[in-house]
Design a protein around this ligand. Structure first.
Ligand code: AMP
Length: 485
């Protein structure tokens, strides 16, 4: 059975089991299979041999799951998009992906109610399963192609390592489906007939409601960014008493602080805490390690673990020579979980991907080293950063700022606290300035930028300059700008 068949077979074994709960709405495994089959048939009838991707635009509605499976069952990859994205960003993604169709929850309801049939031409092995767009340094989002084989390699590892109880888990879904962290909860859940419990924007904006929802969720497997758990820990009641069934916390996407792990271990004495590491380009995560009290005591920062079976990680220097243990260099990932590349961007693909011993390999741009046989993440080599788990290319924000009519040039830097980026600051040279306060100018730029970029990419602070400080070799002196923050 491949992953799609495995998900489908739960509709026979446990048709009434709940696959998804979101905003009080539920979807059973039977509904998931029959509706995704119907949608697949609709797509096949409408598009025939045209296998362009299907964009799915929503916000954690059960229909999104129907559309993901409906697309792949019709042999088309899907492009998950969250409604939090501004229209201009969505348009760029649609143009790059050449999506045949944009499906909203309303469309999905309509098209998945049309017929009962068995689709025949589902995505196979090396065919694209989903395409996930991430920040690109030139201001254009780039689409990472993930095949069914990539996803299956990742999920098989997760299932073997975590030994989820079939028909017994409730997975927390914190990340929007447009971020690859959600792939961890979504497909581990569907592969084991668990229930996916989505936290909607409404809950995120209202802590009281959030804790009430968590308390009644029955979550057994917590999947989130470390930032989200850190935020929850601020509430003292966030403990085993609130979530008595939690057995594991799975983290990925950004640095897990030892304090966060220590607090979780204390407040949830019966749960395990896992740190996993990896980029979207290698299907969610490639390494993992269980963080117990001994590890917290021994290491700061915490390790990110060992690679999954069948995949390898090595560290290289600037000449791309493999380094020995304890030496710091770039983290290279190789194995069946590595993406074939970026959609329609052979230039970017050639820069970041290569072949190694018969497998695809990816240059992560992350610094790291092996110590005591485990991998440690040691920061970025470039200007990609993470703010509360969101991946941002500073160049992306800069390019979009420069595209505004009143901006002549812009440099964007992270504002850091205890080594972690908290927000963004923009240093701006204006092309023209009408007599108005800095506050008003900043407000206007932020609003205009908000039409181009998602909210998490908007600088909180704006500094207006007449010229940038320069280094001796004539480049913008980013270090001295950073010092001024
Ligand atoms: P994304 O593609 O959004 O998953 O971002 C991938 C990047 O996030 C990696 O290249 C790292 O820079 C960072 N990252 C992922 N997992 C971890 C982790 N466990 N600890 C520290 N950084 C991480």
């Amino acid at each position: 059975m491949n992953l799609i068949e495995r998900i489908d077979h739960w509709a026979v074994v446990a048709p009434e089991a709940i696959a998804h709960i979101s905003d009080g709405r539920t979807l059973t495994y039977w509904e998931l299979r029959s509706r995704s089959n119907a949608l697949a048939c609709y797509l096949t009838q409408r598009f025939g041999d045209d296998r362009r991707p299907i964009a799915v635009l929503g916000h954690r509605e059960p229909e999104m799951l129907v559309a993901f499976l409906g697309s792949v069952k019709s042999g088309r990859p899907y492009v998950p998009l969250d409604t939090a994205l501004p229209q201009q960003r969505i348009d760029k993604i649609l143009a790059t992906s050449r999506a045949a169709l944009v499906l909203t929850p309303k469309d999905i309801l309509e098209f998945s109610a049309l017929q009962v049939c068995s689709p025949a031409a589902a995505v196979r092995g090396d065919e694209p399963f989903y395409i996930l767009f991430t920040s690109g340094s030139t201001g254009e989002p780039k689409g990472v192609i993930i095949t069914l084989a990539c996803l299956e390699h990742f999920i098989a590892w997760m299932l073997a390592e975590q030994r989820f109880t079939e028909l017994g888990e409730v997975f927390l879904n914190q990340a929007p489906f447009s971020f690859d962290l959600s792939v961890m909860d979504l497909y581990c859940c569907l592969a084991t007939a668990g229930s996916l419990f989505s936290i909607s924007r409404d809950l995120l904006e209202n802590p009281k409601k959030l804790y009430r929802a968590l308390a009644s969720s029955g979550v057994t497997t917590w999947v989130s960014t470390p930032s989200f758990a850190q935020m929850c820990l601020v509430e003292e009641r966030f403990s085993e008493a609130m979530l008595p069934r939690v057995r594991r916390f799975l983290f990925c996407g950004e640095t897990l602080a030892p304090q966060t792990a220590a607090q979780l271990l204390k407040r949830f004495p019966r749960a395990e805490v896992w740190n996993t590491y990896g980029p979207t380009e290698a299907t969610v995560a490639t390494t993992s390690i269980r963080i117990d009290a001994g590890i917290v005591e021994r290491y700061s920062p915490l390790p990110v673990g060992r690679p999954m079976p069948g995949s390898e990680i090595f560290i290289v220097n600037g000449n791309r020579e493999v380094l020995a243990a304890n030496q710091r260099g770039e983290i290279i990932i190789t194995g069946p979980n590595v993406s074939p590349g970026y959609l329609a961007r052979p230039d970017l693909t050639a820069n970041a991907f290569f072949q190694h011993a018969g497998h695809r390999a990816y240059r992560t741009g992350d610094f790291g080293r092996f110590r005591d046989d485990v991998l440690f993440f040691e920061g970025r080599m470039d200007e990609q950063i993470k703010v509360t788990g969101y991946r941002i290319e500073l160049g992306d924000v800069e390019a979009n700022l420069r595209a505004l009519p009143t901006v002549r040039d812009a440099v964007v830097l992270p504002v850091t606290k205890k080594g972690a980026a908290q927000s963004l600051a923009a240093f701006v040279l204006l092309a023209e300035r009408h007599e108005t306060s800095d506050f008003n100018v900043a407000h206007k730029l932020r609003t205009q930028l908000g039409e181009r970029l998602p909210a998490y990419m908007l600088p909180r602070k704006f500094v207006f300059l007449d010229a940038f400080p320069m280094t001796a070799n004539g480049k913008v002196d980013r270090a001295s700008l950073a010092k001024s923050l």
